[in-house]
Design a protein around this ligand. Structure first.
Ligand code: NAP
Length: 304
């Protein structure tokens, strides 16, 4: 497991609990020492905390890697993979858990010898920085599902049974790109506006025309990218998500509120870059990107 953060620890704890051999790969000796001082990782589920002594190792460990879960943020994925690329065994398999699009293709290009499986997850976890174990304590905040797929080869990997016995709800999905595009489109229609209007998801009911215009442009983009299934009923789905999650702050809103870097480049940025690449003019989406970039710049947060 490279990227021992919220989602990575959530996966590692459940795999370890089921007896699947898993190790955390940490970026430097200081991080490894901090992890070892914490005595393992702690998963909080249904208000019950349990510690798992998952072994830790460094990126430059000598052992070959046959199967790697990459669970860092999209903007860290290429650097993280470069740090372990020489360790990948022939025919190694990578599971890429990044949100958005763009980082997966970049990682796959870096390691052509490996099979890259893309994942899209609706599970939710966060690190509980207030606990004595600090960042090695992860709270399982939202049950969900994970879709996994390989757009080059739709043969399901044999280790899906490991996920089954680890109680990680999942499904092999030959149309994983469609799922990733759909999630990206939902994100583009909701998250940037919640940041710009500084509101909960439900606050977008006051901006219904703007949301509808964005959905129409996202529909055009998905059609042009050969993803008509990802475009189907997008606007209705966006409205439904806004209603169903009215009381929530979007993940991008939370990141900005906490002064954390967002994954904008792999969400709205990727949508706009793809439109440009396709010579598709989407003025409202482009203007939204520009407004969001200015907003982040003004707060000293990366806008790319
Ligand atoms: P996170 O809590 O910030 O964890 C990322 C981890 O990656 C950190 O522990 C970081 O280490 C590590 N990392 C970064 N670069 C590294 C490197 N070069 N070598 C080793 N470790 C490295 O992020 P997250 O919330 O788990 O999100 C991961 C991905 O999953 C994102 O794309 C996110 O959108 C997606 N996702 C998350 C959730 C969720 O609920 N959390 C749900 C669905 C999807 P340091 O601590 O040392 O910086």
């Amino acid at each position: 497991m490279l990227g021992a953060g919220s989602l990575g620890c959530l996966w590692a704890a459940r795999l370890a609990r089921a007896g699947v051999a898993v190790q955390l790969i940490l970026r430097n000796p200081a991080r490894l020492a901090a992890y070892q001082r914490a005595g393992g990782l702690t998963l909080v589920e249904h208000d019950q905390a349990r510690r798992y002594a998952v072994p830790g190792q460094l990126t430059d460990d000598a052992s070959p890697i046959q199967r790697l879960l990459l669970a860092c943020k999209a903007y860290d994925a290429e650097t993280a993979i470069a740090s372990i690329a020489p360790r990948l065994a022939p025919g190694a398999e990578l599971i890429l858990l990044q949100n958005g699009l763009g980082s997966q293709e970049a990682v796959a290009a870096q390691v052509p010898q490996a099979r890259c499986i893309f994942a899209s997850s609706t599970e939710g976890a966060f690190r509980d920085g207030t606990a004595p174990e600090g960042e090695w304590r992860v709270v399982f905040a939202g049950r969900g599902h994970t879709w996994l797929g390989d757009s080059q080869d739709d043969t399901p990997p044999s280790w899906l049974s490991d996920l089954q016995r680890s109680d990680i709800p999942h499904q092999w999905s030959p149309d994983i790109l469609s799922r990733l595009w759909r999630k990206l489109a939902l994100n583009c229609a909701i998250n940037p506006l919640t940041v710009l209007y500084d509101c909960r998801n439900g606050g977008l009911s006051d901006h219904a025309t703007e949301v509808a215009t964005l959905c129409a442009e996202l529909d055009q983009l998905l059609q042009r990218c050969g993803q008509p299934a990802a475009a189907a009923n997008l606007h209705a789905d966006v409205q439904q998500v806004i209603q169903a999650t009215a009381a929530n702050f979007s993940s991008m809103h939370q990141d900005v509120a906490l002064g954390r870097r967002t994954e904008i480049a792999y969400l709205l940025g990727h949508a706009c870059a793809t439109a440009q690449h396709q010579s598709l003019v989407l003025p409202h989406l482009a203007a939204l990107h520009e407004r969001l970039r200015h907003y982040l710049d003004a707060r000293g947060l990366p806008s790319h």
